[in-house]
Ligand binder design. Structure first.
Ligand code: A3P
Ligand code: MG
Ligand code: MG
Length: 364
């Protein structure tokens, strides 16, 4: 890649930073949609699943040979999110102008970057109609390399999906007689059960985020009960010593960030042994996780939210400052003075994270 001529660099904040970070507004739901088994989208909750605790002793290897996996070589960009926003656009609906529209996963990557020592990433930012859209810059060769790296962990990754099946009831799948107790249906990673689009803000920056919710807490068959009843599911190896406990506490940063950003109040973690048998599970209230981590007796807590929120705000501000044009013709093309003019070509910006250093932003 040729080096950019003009770039802007944002260093990571010190991990010891304790000054109050810009506050993160409690997200509100804009709309939900579903990915069906063939990956098509329907603008409803037809794939929604209902939480029901997985039976302890469940074998998370169950159904491995029948799994259907999404074709990861297809880059869907922001299509699902943009489709959903098109469906709901109307007065007071959709996104607030002047902000960021992206997947929750992008926000999680930016937010947890201060504690990420190994994996860098690149994202693309492009302004359109008064908002900046952010997506992962994920060229086919990077994607292929990642798939190869992940191949040896296919079974472990499957166990995460299998735990989702054992922990949920789907009202749209016929229960089959030979299923083990608690099995909610065979794993098909095309299906995304309840994609949620939410509005929030960090400080003065409006956000419109899309992300998958694993399940909801309600009587099976009832309509979507709202964000306050959503549950995120996670798996972890059984914790047997202090080192494993410390590793789990570090992992809780990503779980917390992922759920906090979308407004998911509860995380259920299933603990499995090496052979994939579910041994125990534990629920966490998302908003209490930072206090829980702060209370863990150790020389110092493995993480605190402050550097994460400071960095998230600083990166988004950098992106908005450079990517969002100030020219009203470009910001609001539909209401421009010369509506017959062709739209000006939007400038594509890229920003990349360099572990332990910070974020660099440049024009492509
Ligand atoms: P676990 O997180 O329990 O391991 P999510 O938790 O985000 O709902 O994702 C469901 C499962 O998809 C994960 O379960 C994991 O098995 C798999 N998964 C998600 N992100 C992944 C990634 N980046 N690499 C490998 N597997 C992933
Ligand atoms: Mg999920
Ligand atoms: Mg999950």
């Amino acid at each position: 890649m040729s080096r950019p001529q003009t770039s802007h660099f944002l260093p990571l904040p010190p991990l010891s930073i304790r000054t109050p970070a810009p506050s993160y507004r409690k997200p509100t739901m804009v709309t939900t949609y579903s990915h069906q088994p063939d990956r098509t989208i329907t603008h409803d909750d037809s794939s929604m699943t209902y939480y029901r605790a997985a039976p302890i002793g469940s074998d998370l290897n169950y159904g491995y040979d029948r799994r259907v996996e999404r074709d990861e070589s297809v880059d869907e960009h922001l299509d699902g999110l943009c489709d959903a926003l098109r469906e709901v656009r109307g007065p007071g609906q959709g996104e607030r102008k002047g902000g960021i529209i992206t997947w929750r996963g992008m926000m999680t990557k930016i937010m947890t970057a201060p504690y990420e020592d190994r994996e860098g990433w690149e994202m693309t930012a492009i302004a359109l109609d008064g908002s900046v859209y952010i997506e992962l810059h994920d060229p086919p060769e990077v994607r292929a390399r990642r798939r190869n790296q992940q191949a040896p962990y296919a079974k472990q990754s499957y166990m995460g999906y299998s735990f989702e099946s054992f922990s949920t009831v789907s009202v749209h799948q016929e229960q089959e007689e030979d299923w083990p107790e608690g099995w909610g249906g065979d794993v098909n990673t095309n299906v995304q059960v309840s994609c949620s689009v939410v509005r929030s803000a960090i400080g003065d920056i409006p956000l419109c985020l899309g992300g998958e919710v694993d399940c909801v807490k309600a009587e099976p068959g009832l309509p979507h009960p709202g964000l306050d009843k959503c549950v995120e599911l996670k798996t972890n190896k059984v914790i047997e010593n202090e080192k494993q406990e410390f590793t789990f506490h570090k992992k809780l940063l990503k779980h917390w960030a992922q759920s906090w950003l979308l407004g998911i109040p509860e995380i259920q973690v299933g603990f499995r042994d090496d052979s994939g048998i579910l041994r125990s599970q534990r629920g966490f209230e998302t908003e209490k996780i930072p206090r829980f981590i702060a209370s863990v007796p150790s020389p110092r807590p493995p993480w605190t939210p402050q550097p994460c929120l400071h960095f998230l705000y600083a990166v988004l501000q950098l992106v908005l400052t450079h990517a969002l044009p100030t020219d009203p013709l470009i910001r609001h093309p539909s209401g421009s003075v010369h509506p017959e003019d062709p739209l000006p070509a939007a400038t594509v910006w890229r920003f990349s994270f360099i572990p332990r250093r910070g974020c660099e932003m440049y024009k492509v």
